[in-house]
Ligand binder design. Sequence first.
Ligand code: ZN
Ligand code: ZN
Length: 369
Amino acid sequence: MIASLPTTVRAAVMTAPGRELEIKAYPLLPPVTGGALVRVTCCTICRSDLHTWRGRRPGPTPAILGHEIVGEIAALAEDVTHDSAGQPLAPGDRVTWTLHSSCGECYYCREHQLPMKCLELQKYGHDACDQPPHLQGGFAEYCHISAGTSLLKLPDNIPDTVAAPLNCAAATVVAGWDAAELKPGEHVLIQGAGGLGCYAAAMASFAGAERIIVTDIHSERLEFVRRFGATDCINVASLTDEQIANWVRELTGGFGVDCAMEVAGVPAVVPAGLASLRKGGRFVELGCSFPEATTSLDLSTILWNLLTIRGVHNYDFRHLQQAVDFVSQTIDRFPFDELTSRQFKLEDIDQAIAAAEQNGLGRVAIVFD
Ligand SMILES: [Zn+2]
Ligand SMILES: [Zn+2]
C-alpha cells in the first residue's frame, strides 16, 4: 500500500528550547492500527508552538512541533475506512483532524465527555519524536495519525492555508461560544483582535449576535477585525477598566454585554471583561493557555452580578466539524485567507518562527510541495 512512498522523510526537530530547529531524516513507517499516514501539505504556527519553543510551556525533546496541520491521506490502516463524520476515506483525500487522540474509555472520556482531558491523551506536535512512529507533528513531511483521533475530510472550497488553523484556533472558538451558550440577538465583547478574535467575531456575527464589540491595543488589528463582523472596535491602550466597561455599557443600552470572551492571552484584561458584563452574564476564558497567567479579581463583582466564568481548553470533534462547516459556508463573506499571511518552506523553519514571533497580522504557514 505504501510502495510508492519515500522510505525516509524530513522533519524540523526541536532539540532544546530556544535553539534553532534541526532538519532530520526519519524512516517512514506504515500506518498504525486504527490510524492513518498523512502527507502534510501545510502547517500553521500557533502561539502555543512558540510558547513551547521559548520554554514557557514544558515539553519533552526531541520533538516535532506543529499541530495546525492539513494534508492528504497517504495510507490508511486496514481497519480505517471512514472519517469521523461517516464519509468514506481513501488515499489522496484532504483531511484535518482533532489536535488530540483519546481512548474513549477512561474516567474523562466516558463519564464526563471530556476527550480533550483523556487520561491517555496524546497531542500532535507535543510529544517526543525519538520513538517510532516518530512523525506526529506538523513541521514534517508526513504525520502519523493515531487510533482515537477524529479525522475529517475537508471540503474542496477551503484552501490549505485557510484549513490549517481550523483544528486549533477556530475549533476552540466554536467551543468557546458553545460554553458561553451564545444566542441570536445577544451582545458580545471579544477581548483581543488577533486570529482568535477574528474567528470569534465572524462566528458571533453568523450566529446573529447584535453588538459585537472587540477590544485590542493595536489599531491595525481593530481595523482588520471589522471585516469579520465586529460592529464596534475600541482601542483600550490608554483606558482604565472602568472606562472600558463604561464604553461597553454605552453601546449596550446601559446594561453591558451578555457574554465576553478573552482571546488576547493577557491575564490583566480579565477584570475589564467581567466588569463589562450585564448581571447574569457569562465570561469565557480561552486565551491564557500558559502557566502563571495570574490577575487580581474582586470576587464581589462575580457574586453580586451573578456571573458565570467558563474555562475552555481545546474542544471535542463536533466543534471541529462545526468550525469546518462554518468556514466552508462563509468563505466568501469573511477574508479567512488573509488570516494566514506569510508562507515558508520547511528548510526555512527558523525564519518562519522568527516571523511568527513578530506578532504582526496573520499566521505563518509552513507549506510543502
Ligand atoms: Zn494551536
Ligand atoms: Zn480517555
